[in-house]
Design a protein around this ligand. Structure first.
Ligand code: SF4
Ligand code: SF4
Length: 383
């Protein structure tokens, strides 16, 4: 597929994708297509896709509904959880509203306890995600994936076959390959595009309901970026920053802006908004589809795992591949797992790899933008 539009236009289209999909989700619903919402990268989308359902990420990204959420939840809780609960209970998120079922995993304590309240007004299916990656954990996670499949079969009165799951695996893998190809354009130095524009495509693409359409669209975009780069269209050479930590989106894009407005360029994201959710494929050769899915998803290096060696593996690999000059970790207030893990990340990045590291703690308000700018500008100047 030929992309005729200019790159800025394409980036803005992806930036608007979430909003544009509000209408799309309503249309899907009118056609009788089941909608399965989820809050986490561990959610094995392929099982829902196999029965023809549309899947959608429900993590909320604005502080609009936090005051309402604080009537039920403690103030000192991660803004992502409060905001998501707030949008759910006020019925302000169309994706939540139209979801036939919401899938939650036992990840961090705040989220899993919040799901208990959410299940008072919504159909919530909880998957028990083990918090370690041992052999026994894999068995549990595989059985949870099968339990989820059986739940969907019963709820929607359908049969989900292994061939359908295999097909969904292929579709999602193809999307992952293209998105990986996209973020790999940032290996170029100077970078071809802004890190914020890369983010818009990565984030926006998660709201495309037709997952099979992703490769053609993203591949055409990559081809265009590479062609223009070869013709000399590129960013100024700037300190190359890796962003890690909690998921970014909406309000917290202020961190990306602060980096790029203060002399840096984000070349890669080691978080659920980037490589963490795309890097690994599901093994298409494994004859046991449940085994293949369980392995791929359980390997995700989120801080809810203990120990969490896979995060360091991905982080180290990205630091090398993207010739990173500095690492900035974004921590959401009251996120205990990422907050506690940040000491280990600092040690790995700074002491073991000799790369400057800084962490910024923030929430969904815009009150700290001045402070973020000052701290991040000082960090980048030092690089
Ligand atoms: S950071 Fe961890 S808990 Fe949060 S969405 Fe990613 S994998 Fe799930
Ligand atoms: S950012 Fe941290 S506290 Fe918030 S939902 Fe994710 S893991 Fe839980």
């Amino acid at each position: 597929m030929e992309v005729i539009k200019d790159l800025p236009e394409v980036f803005e289209e992806f930036a608007e994708q979430r909003k544009n999909s509000f209408l799309a989700v309503k249309q899907l619903k009118e056609k009788g297509i089941p909608i399965v919402g989820a809050y986490c990268t561990y959610f094995p989308q392929e099982i829902a896709m196999a029965m023809g359902a549309a899947t959608v990420g429900l993590c909320s990204t604005s502080d609009e509904t936090i005051p309402v959420a604080e009537r039920d939840l403690p103030k000192n809780l991660c803004p992502l959880i409060k905001s998501s609960y707030g949008f759910a209970i006020t019925d302000k998120c169309p994706f939540f509203y139209f979801s036939d079922v919401v899938v939650g995993e036992t990840t961090c304590d705040g989220k899993k306890k919040m799901y208990e309240y959410m299940s008072e007004f919504k159909d919530v299916f909880i998957m028990e995600l083990p918090n370690s990656q041992r052999e026994e954990s894999l068995k549990l996670w595989k059985s949870e994936i099968i339990r989820f499949k059986e739940y969907l079969e019963k709820k929607f009165d359908v049969e989900i076959t292994e061939d359908q799951i295999r097909e969904a695996i292929k579709v999602n893998n193809a999307g992952r390959r293209s998105l990986k190809r996209l973020y790999e354009v940032m290996r170029h130095d100077p970078a071809p595009i802004k890190g914020h524009d890369l983010f818009k495509v990565l984030y926006g693409s998660t709201f495309k309901f037709d997952r099979s359409a992703i490769p053609a669209e993203v591949d055409a975009l990559v081809d265009k970026i590479e062609k223009e780069y070869a013709e000399g269209v590129m960013q100024e050479k700037k300190p190359r920053i890796l962003v890690t930590g909690c998921p970014i989106g909406g309000a917290t894009e202020k961190v990306i802006k602060a980096i790029e407005e203060n002399g840096g360029i984000v070349v890669t994201y080691e978080s659920c908004s980037g490589a963490k959710s795309i890097d690994k494929l599901v093994d298409e050769e494994n004859p046991d589809v449940y085994d293949a899915l369980a392995q791929r998803y359980l390997e995700i290096g989120c801080s809810v795992m203990t120990p969490n060696p896979n995060r360091l593996e991905l982080l180290g690999r990205l630091m090398d591949e993207y010739q990173v000059d500095g690492v900035i970790e974004m921590l959401l207030q009251a996120c205990h797992t990422y907050g506690v893990e940040s000491r280990g990340i600092r040690k790995f990045v700074n002491e073991e790899r000799g790369i400057p590291y800084m962490s910024v703690e923030t929430d969904y308000s815009q009150a700290d933008i001045g402070q973020l700018n000052t701290r991040i500008a000082a960090f980048i100047e030092m690089l």
